[in-house]
Design a protein around this ligand. Structure first.
Ligand code: FES
Length: 579
């Protein structure tokens, strides 16, 4: 049925007409051009659903985008709407220099402005690889047009010499073995063919899986939509249903501001902790919440962490892979287990509340999602640290850290930047012991630039050969959600802005106490003041013009979600979590 529902606010093809000073002509012209592609007046009179197509030859994590678009279009047609897909930037982790995070806000701007500029009554955003989902959610939150996030889904696991493997926790494990000379060149080449068995996103609880789960916890991904693997029929059905629901939401006016509420963000923070999610999740959630005017209170988040156990037995905190979580009921199994701690009245894109969705969810006999009484880890996956080394905070993924190193004091071995580290980490003459603390400066949001995932410093080769698997490592950068170790990240303010991290010198003592939530540089205030007076900050590189200049001028720190200042609303309206 053609949709003629609104005559007051323009909808469908009449929305957002190009300004020629004559609206009648603008509509006439628009229709004339699109009719060149064979559309009829009947088609053009319908509710229009945009589909953000992030398929790209450079992005195998989105390799199923054509199938998903076809299924979304089918769903839109079944509800009597018209689907039109359009391209936006696509970002794949290993194909983005200097780092994908550098481009996230650019993709968010692209997404927001394309939603605004083109006529659509609702939009289905196809994202998947780490930065794409947060970019799309940030952009769509600002555009506030009814939207549904559709993730591409996880890749399948592969097999190597009888062992099940998947990207990218196992990529790091095998590379560590190769560096330690435990496996040879032939085996590292062989496993390179096995780690990624299909298109789709990383198969562990890395950032992509985390963001898919957070999307569902926020209510902006269809219920059950976080976990179906990329190449399964379940994934295609979710795409079809996303298309159908987008038409319904366009008609009912279910805009993101009705879904992305304080309660939704609180639910998502709880889920981030319970799934042992990527540390990047907290930056992205902060960025998305910021677009809605909510500031994430990291100390309150830490209190939440003390009462939220890790329930999901997935790598890198546990054993299984995303396809196992899907067979175990997906995120809904986690949501149901945590029901007493969630806001069940939070609205979802299905048009029903989270509580209503969970009512219908059947019980699964499974061993991937643990009960609250038998968790993988007794507290939340992430702890928030503070101290004179990180006055505005730092984080550690405690569920993937070494219990023996969580209370540790050691001598600092300092690298001034990534290049310095690459040049010296494997130097046989490097003065380093297993009890030392590796410190990497200048990989923060501004410093690198783009806060690369270089916080997972490799164990120096000479120690790796001795069997050292983990050390305390500290930086102002990020680490991949697929990585594990006793690694302190997001030290804020960052070294490139003169944060205390910039003042650390070789041989300083550093104390980490996760139980006290403390990261301390044991150097006197007087000595630090002297060092500060001699500090020379690194200069921005190639920052005279273009996106890089905008980046340097506008980039905020990790505690503000690394969004651009000018993309955040002028005033925040509340802090989340509320207590
Ligand atoms: Fe794309 Fe991991 S590299 S999801």
């Amino acid at each position: 049925m053609p949709d003629n529902s609104s005559v007051i606010r323009p909808t469908g093809i009449r929305k957002g007409l190009t300004n020629y000073g004559d609206t009648g002509f603008a509509l006439f012209l628009r229709k004339a051009f699109i009719k060149g592609a064979g559309y009829s007046d009947d088609a053009l009179d319908r509710t229009i659903i945009g589909i953000a197509n992030t398929g790209s030859g450079y992005n195998p994590c989105h390799g199923n985008a054509p199938q998903l678009i076809e299924a979304v279009k089918r769903g839109v047609m079944m509800e009597g709407g018209l689907a039109i897909d359009f391209p936006t930037i696509s970002i794949a982790e290993s194909f983005s220099a200097p780092t994908s995070m550098y481009l996230r806000n650019l993709m968010a701007m692209d997404t927001e402005e394309m939603i605004r500029a083109q006529p659509m009554d609702a939009v289905v955003l196809i994202g998947g690889c780490d930065k794409t989902v947060p970019a799309q959610l940030m952009g769509a939150a600002s555009a506030n047009v009814p939207m549904i996030q559709l993730v591409t889904g996880s890749m399948l696991t592969g097999g190597h010499r009888g062992e099940r493997v998947g990207a990218c926790t196992d990529c790091r494990r095998f590379w560590g073995q190769y560096r330690a000379e435990e496996i040879d060149q032939q085996e590292i080449s062989e496993v390179n063919n096995k780690l990624v068995a299909s298109v789709g996103t990383c198969s562990v609880m890395g950032t992509a899986s985390t963001m898919a789960c957070l999307g569902e916890a926020l209510g902006i991904v269809m219920p059950g939509g976080a976990t179906p693997p990329a190449v399964t029929s379940d994934r295609i059905r979710i795409a079809e249903e996303s298309g159908r629901q987008a038409v319904r939401n366009a008609r009912s006016g279910l805009t993101p501001d009705k879904i992305l509420t304080e309660k939704a963000f609180e639910n998502a923070l709880r889920i981030l902790l319970a799934i042992g999610g990527s540390t990047n999740g907290i930056i992205h959630l902060t960025g998305i919440a910021g677009r809605m005017g909510y500031e994430i209170d990291l100390e309150a988040f830490d209190r939440m962490s003390r009462e939220t156990p890790v329930l999901v037995d997935l790598k890198p905190s546990g054993q299984h892979y995303m396809e196992d979580l899907h067979r175990a009921g997906g995120l809904q199994s986690v949501l149901r287990e945590l029901k007493p701690q969630l806001h069940l009245d939070a609205m979802t894109v299905s048009g029903r509340t989270l509580g209503e969705e969970l009512e219908d969810f059947p019980e699964y006999k499974q061993d991937v999602v643990r009960s609250v009484s038998n968790p993988i880890y007794p507290a939340g996956g992430i702890a928030f640290l503070k101290g004179n080394l990180a006055p505005d905070g730092a984080i550690i993924k405690q569920s993937a850290a070494n219990a023996k190193l969580m209370e540790h004091e050691g001598r600092a071995v300092v690298f001034e930047n990534s290049e310095d580290m690459a040049n010296r980490i494997d130097d046989p003459d490097l003065d380093v012991n297993a009890d030392d603390v590796l410190v990497l400066k200048n990989i923060g949001p501004i410093g690198a630039p783009g806060m690369p995932e270089a916080g997972y410093l490799p164990i120096p080769k000479k120690l790796a050969r001795q069997g050292v698997k983990d050390m305390v490592r500290i930086s102002d950068g990020r680490m991949s959600g697929t990585a594990a170790g006793t690694i302190v990240l997001h030290v804020t303010p960052e070294a490139a802005l003169g944060g205390p991290l910039a003042l650390v010198q070789n041989g300083d003592r550093i104390r980490l106490s996760v139980s006290e939530r403390c990261i301390e540089l044991k150097v006197s205030d007087e000595e630090l003041a002297t060092r500060r007076s001699n500090l020379v900050l690194p200069k921005p590189v190639d920052a005279e013009r273009g996106y890089r200049r905008l980046f340097y001028e506008q980039m905020t720190q990790a505690d503000k979600g690394c969004d651009f200042e000018f993309l955040r609303p002028p005033q925040m309206i509340a802090r989340v979590p509320a207590k």
